[in-house]
Design a protein around this ligand. Structure first.
Ligand SMILES: NC(=O)C1=CN([C@@H]2O[C@H](COP(=O)(O)OP(=O)(O)OC[C@H]3O[C@@H](n4cnc5c(N)ncnc54)[C@H](O)[C@@H]3O)[C@@H](O)[C@H]2O)[C@@H](O)CC1
Ligand SMILES: Nc1ncnc2c1ncn2[C@@H]1O[C@H](COP(=O)(O)OP(=O)(O)OP(=O)(O)O)[C@@H](O)[C@H]1O
Ligand SMILES: [Mg+2]
Length: 355
C-alpha cells in the first residue's frame, strides 16, 4: 500500500488514533513538516497519520522555487525550448493547445512537429508557434533529430492520432530523444504507442506519462496485465513496473507517483478546477508540464530539496491547469472551452507561482 499522507483542504483527517485534527492545527503542523520534504518529511509524517494519499501543498511551494526569475540579461530560449510532437489530419487543436500552453507557462520558444496536412491549420492558429510539417515524411525521424540539440523537452502525443506511419516515426523520435537524455512528456496517442511498446520509456527517469482515465486503463492492462484499480497504489504500481517513470493519472483527483518515493508516496492534486469537461484540458496540462519539467530538472537538488523533479513539475502542472480552468469556468460557465482556459493560463500562473 503506498504510504504517505492525505492532506485535504477539508477539516477532517482521520489520524492513527481515529481523532480529527482541526484544519488550522493540521495545516500549521503539516506546513512545518512539509518544509522538511523528501525522506526527512516522510519520516516525520510516517507516524502521524495512516498511510493514505498525499496532497502535498508543500510540494507546490517547492515548485514555485523552480521558476527561473526573469532577468534583464537572459537570452531568448534560456527559459525553455519546448517541442510538441503531434498533429494530424483529424486533430490540430490538441498540439496547438499543448504548444501555446508551454509558451504561456513561460517557455521562450514552442515548436510543433506535425503531419503536413495539419501544419497550415496550426500555423494559422498562432504566429508564436514554429510549426514543422515533417512528421509524415519518409525522413521524419532525421528531420526532428537534427532539432533535438536545440530543444529542452519534447511533449509527445497531443493530436498524434494512431496512423501506423506516424507512430513508427514517433518511436524513432522517442529513441533519439532518450539517447540524448532529453526529458519527455508523453500524452494522448503517445501513450497508445507506449502501451504497445513500454520499453520505449521503461527505466527512463526523465519521462512523465499523463494518462486520462481510459489511457491509464490501457497502460495498466498492457504493462501490469490488470486494467483494474484507479487508486494511488495502481498509479504507483504502474510507475514501478515501468522502472520509475513518473505517472500522472488525470481525473477528479490527479494522482502522481514515480514509484520510488520512499516510502512510496502517491501525491494528490485535488485543487478546485472547472466543472466543465471539455476537450483540450489534458493538452493544456501536457504543454504546461513540458516547461515545468525542464525548469525542475535544471533547478538542482538545492531547489527541489531532494525531491523528484518530475514529481514536482507534474504537481505544479496539475495545479496550474486546474487554476486556469477554474478561472475560465468562473467567467464562461457551461460555455467554457479549452481556448478560454488557455486565455487564463498567464493570470493563473501569476497567482500560483509569482504572487
Ligand atoms: N481539439 C483537438 O484537436 C483535441 C484532440 N484530442 C486528441 O484526440 C485524440 C484522442 O483523445 P481522446 O481523449 O478523445 O481519446 P481517449 O482514447 O483518451 O478517450 C476515448 C474516449 O474515452 C472517453 N473518456 C475519456 N476520459 C474518460 C473518463 N474519465 N471516464 C470515462 N470515459 C472517458 C471519452 O469519451 C473519449 O472520447 C488524442 O490524440 C488527443 O490529443 C483531444 O486532446 C481533445 C482535443
Ligand atoms: N472528473 C473530473 N473532475 C474534476 N476534474 C477533472 C476530472 N477529470 C479530469 N479533470 C481535470 O482535467 C484535467 C484533464 O483531464 P482529462 O481527463 O480531461 O484529460 P484528457 O482526456 O487527456 O483531456 P484532452 O481532451 O485534452 O485529451 C485533469 O488533470 C484534471 O485536473
Ligand atoms: Mg488527452
Amino acid at each position: 500500500m503506498a504510504a504517505a499522507v492525505r492532506v485535504s483542504r477539508c477539516a477532517r483527517l482521520p489520524g492513527k488514533r481515529g481523532g480529527v485534527l482541526g484544519a488550522a492545527a493540521l495545516v500549521a503542523l503539516l506546513a512545518a513538516a512539509l518544509a522538511l520534504w523528501g525522506p526527512p518529511l516522510d519520516a516525520a509524517l510516517a507516524g502521524l497519520v495512516s498511510a493514505r494519499t498525499a496532497t502535498m501543498d508543500g510540494a507546490l511551494r517547492l515548485a514555485r522555487g523552480l521558476v527561473p526569475p526573469l532577468a534583464a540579461g537572459s537570452h531568448k530560449g534560456r527559459d525553455g525550448r519546448v517541442a510538441v510532437v503531434g498533429g494530424c489530419r483529424e486533430y490540430t487543436g490538441a498540439p496547438y493547445f499543448a504548444a501555446i500552453s508551454a509558451l504561456k507557462a513561460g517557455a521562450d520558444l514552442a515548436h510543433v512537429f506535425c503531419a503536413r496536412e495539419a501544419a497550415p491549420a496550426i500555423k494559422a492558429y498562432s504566429p508564436e508557434l514554429i510549426v514543422h510539417p515533417v512528421l509524415d515524411s519518409p525522413g521524419a525521424v532525421g528531420e526532428v533529430e537534427k532539432w533535438l540539440p536545440r530543444l529542452h523537452v519534447l511533449v509527445v502525443g497531443p493530436g498524434l492520432g494512431r496512423d501506423e506511419q506516424l507512430l513508427a516515426s514517433v518511436k524513432g523520435i522517442l529513441e533519439a530523444a532518450r539517447a540524448r537524455d532529453l526529458p519527455v512528456v508523453i500524452d494522448a496517442d503517445g501513450l497508445w504507442l507506449v502501451a504497445r511498446q513500454p520499453d520505449l520509456v521503461r527505466g527512463y527517469a526523465k519521462a512523465v506519462l499523463t494518462p486520462n482515465h481510459v489511457e491509464f486503463r490501457r497502460l495498466r492492462e498492457a504493462v501490469v496485465r490488470d486494467d483494474g484499480g484507479e487508486d494511488g497504489e495502481a498509479v504507483r504500481g504502474l510507475s514501478e513496473a515501468l522502472g520509475g517513470v513518473t505517472v500522472l493519472r488525470k481525473g477528479e483527483r490527479d494522482l502522481v507517483s514515480d514509484g520510488r518515493q520512499a516510502p512510496s508516496a502517491v501525491l494528490v492534486c485535488d485543487q478546485e478546477g472547472s466543472l466543465r469537461r471539455c476537450g483540450g484540458q489534458g493538452d493544456i496540462l501536457a504543454g504546461s508540464l513540458g516547461v515545468l519539467l525542464h525548469w525542475a530538472l535544471l533547478a538542482g537538488p538545492q531547489k527541489t530539496n531532494g525531491s523528484s523533479p518530475p514529481l514536482l513539475a507534474a504537481l505544479g502542472a496539475c495545479a496550474l491547469t486546474r487554476r486556469c480552468s477554474l478561472r475560465a469556468f468562473q467567467k464562461h460557465g457551461r460555455a467554457t472551452t479549452a481556448s478560454d482556459m488557455v486565455a487564463e493560463l498567464g493570470p493563473a500562473f501569476h497567482e500560483l507561482f509569482e504572487s
